[in-house]
Design a protein around this ligand. Structure first.
Ligand SMILES: NC(=O)c1ccc[n+]([C@@H]2O[C@H](COP(=O)([O-])OP(=O)(O)OC[C@H]3O[C@@H](n4cnc5c(N)ncnc54)[C@H](O)[C@@H]3O)[C@@H](O)[C@H]2O)c1
Length: 444
């Protein structure tokens, strides 16, 4: 099958790098998005998301004429769907007293409907959005078959999950192994041929539902593993153990790899995708459900720890460093750091938050600092929530001159406590026993 023109629906963290990489490899690519800001920004030669190297690839794809941007799909040889699949904020399912999140598949539905008038015999349609099992065959296929064409007979239909790491998307897009699941073996083969345009990693063919499951299992495994690390951190505090030391010792076992605890699990994937399995089979997923509960509880655990340090949170001045869901990215979606800030404010604390990767972010209920110095200027306690490299590289002796704060809670094992204590700070760490807290209650 020869692909000359493709249409990518959804130009976010996944769709834009994918569209521009195809364009860089010689295909004519129409990038489609429903957000006028995205279209305007890209047409102006700018990029609306932070991802290393992306601006250069997008600009050269636009300049070469291979990438064009539109609000509407057009006829093409292949269509890729990379639209969001969040959960509903205000709708829940329930099974056996367990309340669970529900996938919001409206963007997938409307993107598929947008392809419908353009669909022609011989086309390939690939869903890349992370989706509940059977979405390709039970949701996407029936919509496309309203055209009168039959999936697997008149056109090819695949599911191919994206497994790139934000921060390294352009490299991993090309180098990672890729799973392509077809509604028929021929569809999988067509999907394989499309991705072979640029993928250097192994491309493995399977069926569509297996491919959906693969993606969900990957992220659910990480969620469950982080949940156990968070539970270990709570146990370490109870037993007077330093969890970071304990994990590094346990991980010397050749078959053990305990992940790091932290203020919770966020982002658009790991904190969301396990719900897709719970929603579709609540009777089979008690472990996955409880792991989600543990990770969602972790911001509350951080807030209780701060309370142990300073006593009542009312009017306490706290500098929150980092709002992204993980280090060195600008992605704030489902971030547990933001949840910590909200919870602290609910308890009456005065929090100033600084996120160097999104300095202009406007978040409801969050007082954003103009910079690091602004965040710490009047603070009593510095709360390290994200292990951004620039935070790790801060010099305690310099910071000590810029803030009256002498208390630190490090939730990510980002700072060497001794160094900071030598500069006059008292450092508390998530997952480390509270003996120090108990012996010197509040220093404020
Ligand atoms: N971001 C990641 O690291 C990552 C990794 C693997 C998988 N995924 C999955 O990929 C999918 C896309 O995620 P993302 O991070 O790129 O999302 P995103 O929010 O960054 O981008 C999605 C884009 O789709 C656009 N959009 C929404 N509805 C549309 C429609 N009907 N037609 C055309 N465009 C539409 C939005 O305006 C937005 O620009 C999700 O299912 C996500 O779970 C993301």
């Amino acid at each position: 099958m020869k692909f000359q023109k493709i249409c990518v629906l959804g130009l976010g963290y996944i769709g834009l790098p994918t569209a521009s990489t195809f364009a860089a490899h010689g295909l004519k690519v129409l990038g489609v998005d429903i957000n006028p800001y995205v279209i305007e920004t890209l047409r102006g030669g700018n990029v609306h998301i932070h991802e290393p190297g992306l601006r250069t690839v997008v600009q050269s794809a636009l300049n070469s004429g291979n990438l064009t941007i539109s609000s509407q799909a057009e006829e093409a040889d292949a269509f890729l769907i990379a639209v969001p699949t969040p959960f509903y904020e205000d709708q829940y399912g329930e099974h056996d007293g367990r309340k669970f999140r529900l996938a919001d598949m409206r963007a997938v539905t409307s993107a598929t409907e947008a392809i419908l008038p353009c669909l022609r015999k011989g086309n390939l349609v690939v869903l890349e959005s992370t989706s509940p099992p059977r979405t390709t065959v039970d949701l996407v296929k029936p919509i496309l078959e309203r055209s009168g064409l039959k999936a697997g007979v008149d056109f090819h239909l695949c599911y191919s999950p994206e497994r790139v790491l934000p921060g390294q998307i352009l490299k991993e897009l090309i180098e990672n192994a890729r799973v392509v699941g077809g509604v028929t073996p021929e569809s999988a083969k067509a999907g394989h041929e499309l991705y072979a345009t640029f993928v250097k990693g192994e491309i493995v063919e399977t069926d569509a539902t297996t491919a959906e499951m693969v993606k969900l299992m990957e992220n659910t495994t990480r969620d469950v593993n982080i949940a156990i690390a968070n539970e270990f951190a709570r146990l370490a505090e109870k037993f007077g153990v330093d969890i970071w030391e304990a994990i590094s010792l346990a991980n010397r076992h050749p078959r053990i790899n305990i992940l790091s605890p932290g203020p919770g699990v966020g982002g658009h994937c790991i904190s969301v995708d396990p719900w897709f399995l719970v929603e579709t089979a609540p009777e089979l997923t008690p472990l996955i459900y409880h792991a989600r509960q543990v990770n969602d509880e972790q911001p509350h655990f951080v807030v209780r720890k701060i309370e142990q340090i300073v006593g009542s949170l009312k009017d306490r001045k706290i500098a929150a460093l980092g709002l992204a869901y993980k280090p060195d990215v600008d992605d704030l979606r489902e971030s547990p750091a933001i949840e910590v800030v909200h919870l602290l404010q609910k308890e009456g604390a005065q929090v100033k938050a600084w996120e160097p990767f999104k300095p202009d972010a406007k978040l409801r209920g969050v007082d954003m600092a103009a910079g690091l110095e602004d965040a710490i200027a009047g603070a009593e306690l510095i709360l390290l929530l994200v292990k951004h490299t620039e935070f790790i590289n801060l010099k305690p002796e310099e910071l000590a001159l810029k803030t009256p704060a002498r208390l630190i809670l490090d939730c990510v094992n980002g700072w060497t406590a001794d160094r900071w204590e030598n500069s006059g700070f008292t450092v508390f760490r998530l997952g480390v026993n509270n003996a120090k807290i108990i012996s010197q209650p509040s220093q404020i």
